[in-house]
Design a protein around this ligand. Structure first.
Ligand code: NAD
Ligand code: LMR
Length: 350
């Protein structure tokens, strides 16, 4: 990125502060992997967020082009691009929130765990940069396998002595977005009329807690806790649970080798980042699901509802009452999660 003089910097920030509606001066947000399938639409959505005053776009390829393009949008955030490892530290310096969608996506026939060998190293390197340049930033980790990359990030931060479990959040928002969509989906009409109560409701007004983790059976929608309350037949529960758990694979197969979910993911990531920024601003009652350090089960990390605040995760909320189906699925989820978490931890401790 071109060097910015002191005067230019001051004028850029003054511009950002004037135009931003988020708090006194808005927040500084970096996207690592900003030129990718998720990164580009996410950059666009973050440039539209009035809480963001400075947006740093980092990638190992194409960052200047994406930055030039996004920077022409007439919204408040000042956009700067950073290309390649030598510019990582500049990209991260002083950031309040770092969103990480860097890494390879799945192709048909692969599991998220098949991405471990490549993405673990990428996440490790990026987190080492965070340690050096913005150890107090809130981190939203999107790169798969999330069930392992979050423990990897935690271990990197622990090793450096900068770990604050409140500031590390695995992004599982897409599972919630899918669950909210699918329970309202018209395909339910063909199953039974008992679900009619949710039909016709705007999916934005539906909230399905999704707990556990972000891969296959570890994705556990709590359909007994849907808000607004609604009842499902056992067939509907089985159909919905399956579809939510396999939503990622549905997209991977439809894209037939061209990658995995990018647009719905960017939407979900932007929603989640916005919730984190509202929390940092001090808004009350900001609650979303996320894969975080947790004591809700015996596992060290678990996805559940969390209350977001000025320091990141203010409170990890309990699971609430589960029915028999959910209790059985929880046991299955925990078994797989334990292995994935340990794999991430061992990658750094080895
Ligand atoms: P993509 O290949 O389109 O983009 C990834 C970007 O990361 C590329 O631009 C690439 O240059 C960049 N990159 C690679 N190594 C990097 C490094 N060391 N530093 C910075 N940038 C680097 O992939 P995508 O579709 O955007 O998916 C990215 C990741 O997100 C994948 O691991 C995917 O599985 C994951 N994902 C997670 C969720 C979720 O719900 N958490 C949803 C969808 C995808
Ligand atoms: C998703 O859920 O869409 C992502 O985790 C990407 C994938 O590999 O399925």
């Amino acid at each position: 990125h071109p060097p910015v003089s002191q005067m230019e910097e001051t004028s850029l920030l003054r511009r950002a502060n004037c135009r931003s509606k988020g708090g006194a001066s808005g927040f500084k947000v970096a996207i690592l992997g900003a030129a990718g399938g998720i990164g580009q639409p996410l950059a666009l959505l973050m440039k539209m967020n009035p809480l963001v005053s400075v947006l740093h776009l980092y990638d190992v390829v194409n960052a200047p082009g994406v930055t030039a393009d996004i920077s022409h949008m007439n919204t408040g955030a000042v956009v700067r691009g950073f290309l390649g490892q030598p510019q990582l530290e500049d990209a991260l310096a002083g950031m309040d929130l770092v969103v990480i969608p860097a890494g390879v996506p799945r192709k048909p026939g692969m599991t998220r765990d098949d991405l471990f060998n490549i993405n673990a190293g990428i996440v490790k390197t990026l987190c080492e940069g965070i340690v050096k340049c913005c150890p107090k930033a809130v981190v939203n980790l999107i790169s798969n396998p999330v069930n392992s990359t979050v423990p990897i990030a935690a271990e990197v931060f622990k090793k450096a002595g900068t770990y604050d479990s409140k500031r590390l959040l695995g992004v599982t928002m897409l599972d919630v977005v899918r669950a909210n969509t699918f329970v309202v989906d018209e395909t339910l009409q063909s199953l039974s009329s008992s679900s009619a109560e949710v039909l016709g409701i705007d999916p934005r007004d539906v909230n399905v807690p999704v707990v556990g983790g972000h891969a296959g059976v570890t994705i556990l929608p709590l359909l007994s806790q849907v808000n607004p309350p609604c009842s499902f037949t056992p067939e509907e529960i089985s159909y919905l649970t399956d579809r939510i758990q396999n939503g990622g694979t549905e997209v991977v197969e439809a894209k037939a080798g061209a990658g995995s979910a990018t647009l719905s993911m960017a939407y979900a990531a932007a929603k989640f980042a916005d919730a984190c920024l509202r929390g940092l601003r001090g808004d009350a009652g900001v609650v979303e699901c996320s894969f975080v350090a947790s004591q809700v089960t015996e596992l060290p990390f678990f996805a559940s509802k969390v209350r977001l605040g000025r320091c990141g995760v203010e409170e990890v909320l309990p699971l609430g009452p589960l029915n028999e189906f959910e209790r059985a699925r929880l046991e299955k989820a925990k078994k797989e999660l334990a292995v994935s978490i340990q794999k991430g931890v061992s990658f750094i401790r080895k």
